[in-house]
Write a protein that binds this ligand. Structure first.
Ligand code: ATP
Length: 368
């Protein structure tokens, strides 16, 4: 099913929650809605499911005017974070439920329902658990049963609201991989809500980053990581140093750092902000360097350094691979040269047209 969401406005009382959302989703896509708490992700999903209606805007699904249909007519599979399995029903009965309550004319025969449930339980690798009750399952198992139940009605669209939110990190990882495989096999258009960027990036074909009621960026995980369209997106992805910079003749300069490795930019002269991730910086031991190592924190395969750039009053975060760190033998208090390898420029001067700005026109430019 392809989904066309146009200019959706939704407010609760006087509070706008969705402020003109446009989104096109192709048949069979796996889409992540990624955003902070309260950004409107769940509301958008509820509108698609028919549990809520917008004040204005349109939704077309395969050219059908979707907002005219009631939830039953939409035939959507829906899974919430807090497993809504019926506690008094067995796993088998939970999965059979959606089919067994259908009106007599469309309800499959008992044997057909049973066959379908067995198939689905096998699909979610819960074949041996049909007679258990939800209380006798682990969180991950309940989540898979919830998915089987959502799939039982053979939905054309699957909506998942933080489906793995309540689970611990390792189980989430396993379930993610499993869901990706399931999606590859079944190929139904799927939208899932998450505030976990790793989950969004690992699972989704495209990620929709939501700010407060607006879409900040839509793109493949690579696009969004490599070319965040705005400071908001760059900050949301986290772990970024924001450095005051000067643009001059296409070169970016940061006080106290060497930016000669950063490529030229088609931007006018003036002030800007350079957003640099910790691993996009190198540190070179140099007794004449003005930057000073304030702290060193080993973190698995990486070593994290806090480095003071006196000229800017900034303490930046730098990450070196453990091997690179070993070569440099840096200790706290050492003077270093800070080499910035790449970054993204935001808020460049407006007075000249930007030849190679990416994302939102005139806002951002990548430096490599
Ligand atoms: N029924 C409601 N009545 C009033 N306000 C609501 C209602 N539902 C949601 N909101 C408000 O709308 C905003 C968006 O909520 P929504 O649940 O869509 O956000 P979200 O991005 O899914 O957040 P989270 O990640 O915390 O689930 C929030 O400020 C929330 O308080």
């Amino acid at each position: 099913m392809s989904i066309e969401i146009r200019n959706i406005f939704k407010q609760f009382g006087t509070t706008p929650v969705l402020k003109g959302v446009d989104l096109s989703i192709a048949d069979g896509e796996l889409i992540a809605l990624l955003g902070a708490s309260g950004s409107g992700k769940t509301t958008l999903l509820r509108i698609l499911a028919g549990l809520d209606w917008p004040q204005s805007g349109e939704v077309f699904v395969d050219d059908t005017d979707w907002l005219r249909l009631n939830p039953q007519e939409r035939q959507i599979g829906f899974v919430f974070q807090h497993y809504a399995l019926f506690p008094h029903m067995s796993v088998f009965e939970n999965v059979a439920f959606g089919l067994s309550i259908r009106p007599r004319e469309t309800r499959p025969a008992k044997a057909d329902i049973a066959r379908r449930v067995v198939e689905l339980l096998d699909l979610v690798q819960m074949g041996a658990y049909g007679s258990r009750y939800p209380a006798q399952l682990s969180g991950g198992q309940r989540q898979r049963v919830a998915l089987a139940r959502a799939l039982a009605i053979q939905p054309k669209m699957l909506l998942l609201d933080e489906p793995f939110g309540a689970l611990d990190a390792r189980i989430r990882k396993d379930l993610r991989r499993w869901l990706r495989g399931l999606h590859e096999r079944l190929g139904m258009t799927t939208i899932f809500v998450t505030h976990d960027q790793e989950e969004a990036f690992e699972l989704a074909d495209r990620v929709v980053v939501m700010g407060e009621g607006v879409i900040e960026q839509i793109g493949t995980p690579d696009d969004i990581y490599e070319q965040p369209a705005s400071p908001f997106v760059a900050r949301f992805l986290g772990g970024v140093n924001e450095l005051p910079a000067e643009l001059h003749a296409g070169h970016v300069h940061v006080a106290g750092a060497d930016t000669s490795r950063v490529g030229r930019l088609a931007l006018g002269d003036g002030q800007a902000m350079l957003f640099v991730r910790p691993h996009e910086i190198d540190l070179v031991p140099d007794a004449t360097g003005t930057a000073v190592i304030k702290d060193i924190v080993p973190s698995g395969a990486l070593i994290r350094y806090e480095v003071a750039l006196p000229q800017t009053d900034k303490v930046i975060e730098v990450e070196l691979a453990r091997e690179a760190a070993r070569d440099r033998t840096l200790t706290r208090g050492d003077a270093v040269r800070v080499n910035i390898l790449r970054g993204r420029v935001f808020h460049p001067p407006k007075r000249q047209p930007l030849a190679s700005a990416s994302g939102r026109a005139g806002q951002a430019a990548r430096t490599h």
